[in-house]
Design a protein around this ligand. Structure first.
Ligand code: LER
Ligand code: MN
Length: 272
């Protein structure tokens, strides 16, 4: 079943980023549940940022699931990335992501590699960067598998990475890994910039898609831009997608309106 989710960030430095609820985690979880979402996607500063015992209690109390956890704070606040020229930075990036893979995994949720993938350039060739990325994913994929969850790899738009910008390029790269446990994250905001036809790209990526960021063309709540939601939803249903569709969007015009619009668009698009 396709399920709805919304983002909650507890990273002070991410204010102004594409996260609907910010600040206190319980307040965000309570608001997501009261709005009617099936899940929350959490953006933490670090794996140790959250008390697992408390989180388990809140998820139970508000009857909501952990949809996924982002790792981008490793880049945002510590400048860690998997393709950094400095070996110790790559090792710290692997460690940082690994902690979140384990924490989220203990809740049956996947971790996301978006900004932490880094880029080539500054003396690092494309082949070298991809070799490092492949090595890291070959370690992190099985680590996620030990929890029975996939690891999510997210192609980003050209202004955020020069590694892979489209689902099909990323999908071909994932085929070169030793692990089959790394799935694609289809972020509709990035796709709006990079794909020729979003629905068609989703059909081609098919079962490789493990998570969706539900964002309109302007990164506002779906319905506040010009993305053809219905076609995309139909493509996801046709390929048998079973995961979360998660609002990683700007809290515009305010968090609650953005959350409510996301859920309304989700329900209209997926008929639930
Ligand atoms: C992360 O999910 C993402 O989409 C990037 O643009 C970082 O915000
Ligand atoms: Mn995203």
């Amino acid at each position: 079943m396709i399920r709805s989710a919304i983002t909650v960030s507890i990273v002070p430095e991410s204010m102004g980023g594409p996260f609907v609820y910010h600040g206190d985690l319980e307040t965000g979880i309570a608001a997501a549940a009261a709005t009617g979402f099936d899940g929350v996607e959490i953006f933490p500063s670090h794996a140790n940022d959250i008390n697992g015992f408390l989180l388990r209690g809140w998820l139970q109390k508000y009857s909501i699931q952990l949809a996924a956890m982002g790792t981008g704070a490793g880049w945002l606040t510590r400048r860690l990335r998997l393709t950094d020229p400095d070996h110790s930075v790559r090792a710290a990036a692997q460690d940082f992501i690994g902690g979140i893979v384990d924490f989220a995994g203990s809740f049956g949720a996947p971790a996301i590699i978006g900004s932490m993938q880094g880029r080539h350039g500054d003396g690092v060739s494309r082949d070298q960067a991809l070799d490092w990325l492949r090595m890291e994913l070959n370690q992190l994929g099985p680590r996620a598998h030990a929890h029975g969850v996939p690891l999510l790899y997210e192609p980003l738009n050209r202004y955020e990475t020069n590694l892979f910008n489209t689902l099909s390029e990323a999908s071909d790269f994932l085929e070169t890994l030793n692990t089959r446990n790394v799935k694609l994250l289809a972020d509709l905001f990035h796709m709006n910039m990079e794909e020729v036809d979003l629905a068609e790209s989703i059909r081609k990526a098919g079962h490789r898609i493990g998570h969706v960021h539900f964002a309109d063309s302007n990164r506002r709540a779906m319905g506040f831009g010009h993305t053809p939601t219905k076609h995309i939803a139909q493509a996801l249903m046709d390929v048998g997608y079973e995961g979360f569709v998660s609002g990683e969007i700007f809290p515009w015009p305010d968090p609650q309106t953005a959350a409510a619009k996301t859920l309304e668009s989700f329900r209209t698009a997926f008929g639930r």
